[in-house]
Design a protein around this ligand. Structure first.
Ligand code: XIL
Length: 299
């Protein structure tokens, strides 16, 4: 195959990209994105601050620009993200307790009803665990509404759009030996045992010198899949863009039948949120990097 998306589709998977609405007018960017990928995540446009800037006033202008571009170009869409401690609008940051809990529920209902039946996977909850060795939940205004906030989010999401796969998404959960990975595993196991509706786990996979790729990533993906959920690599970027490491990640996904696909977190290095890491598959001029060829050959 000659594109990443077509190559991934040979095994029933997708190869996706994070898209920024304000870059779609850049023809180099839009040409690569349209050609190479068959799944799209909005890099920021479906987040809470973008979709509900004032309480009760939803705004899908930017989100729909990404969504409509994706559909017009034949791509599926991952929704990102409904409940998160970060990129909350000011009105939500100032809420707590039962008022915040209700606002979270209202937000999930408002966004999911707008896209009902149109989203392949939703990142219902993002980044709820703490970094480091504690294995604890991250302290946040949402966590302070009660430990059950995550399962309430998933139950709300299932009712709002039964057709979407519902994912929990996090970073620094790729290495099986990390406490954060084990904490996320215990939560997903508990949710499956108690019938909390969760369908998938997203591994952001922002690999860098502080949190490098480890070959036990495949074990992690296998162990989560064995709990009865799908897995996905949702925000891949690799500091320095080692071709070998990119190929290893692709092979890890391909080795796990429940690995749905891979999303890279931007098109060119200059589009990356960590552009100084040159972590992506395309150079700033739109040419393919060695990592691109390694990924295409591995798929
Ligand atoms: C990042 C975006 O790439 C940036 O443009 C924005 O300023 C901050 O958020 N984990 C996530 C993503 O789930 O939503 C983040 O995206 C990167 C880390």
């Amino acid at each position: 195959e000659s594109t990443l998306g077509a190559a991934a589709a040979q095994s029933g998977r997708y190869f996706g990209v994070a898209i920024a609405a304000n870059r779609l007018s850049d023809s180099t960017y839009a040409t690569i994105a349209a050609r190479e990928f068959n799944s799209v995540t909005a890099e920021n446009e479906m987040k809470i601050d973008a979709t509900q800037p004032q309480r009760g006033q939803f705004n899908f202008t930017a989100a729909d620009r990404v969504y409509n571009w994706a559909v017009q170009n034949g791509k599926q869409v991952r929704g990102h993200t409904l409940a998160w401690h970060s990129q909350q609008p000011g009105w939500m940051q100032s809420l707590s307790g039962s008022a915040l809990r209700q606002a979270m529920i209202d937000h999930i209902n408002g966004v999911m009803s707008h896209y009902k039946g149109k989203i392949a996977q939703w990142d219902v909850v993002n980044e709820a665990f703490a970094d480091g060795s504690s294995g604890a939940r991250r302290d946040s205004n949402l966590q302070r509404t009660g430990n059950d906030w995550i399962e309430v989010a998933f139950r709300t999401a299932r009712a709002a759009d039964p057709s979407a796969k519902l994912c929990y998404n996090d970073y620094n959960v790729e290495d099986w030996t990390w406490a954060k990975t084990q904490a996320m595993y215990a939560m997903v196991r508990d949710f499956k045992q108690r019938g909390v509706p969760i369908d998938c786990v997203g591994f952001q996979s922002h690999f860098n010198s502080g949190s490098p790729y480890n070959s036990n990533f495949r074990t992690t993906l296998q162990n989560f899949a064995a709990l009865g959920v799908d897995v996905a690599i949702t925000e891949l970027d690799i500091q320095g863009a080692s071709a070998t490491t990119y190929a290893n990640v692709v092979n890890d996904c391909l080795a796990v039948s429940r690995c749905l696909g891979i999303t890279v977190w931007g098109v060119r290095d200059s589009d990356s949120w960590r552009s100084e890491h040159t972590p992506l598959l395309f150079n700033n001029d739109g040419s393919k990097k060695p990592a691109y060829t390694a990924v295409l050959n591995a798929l």
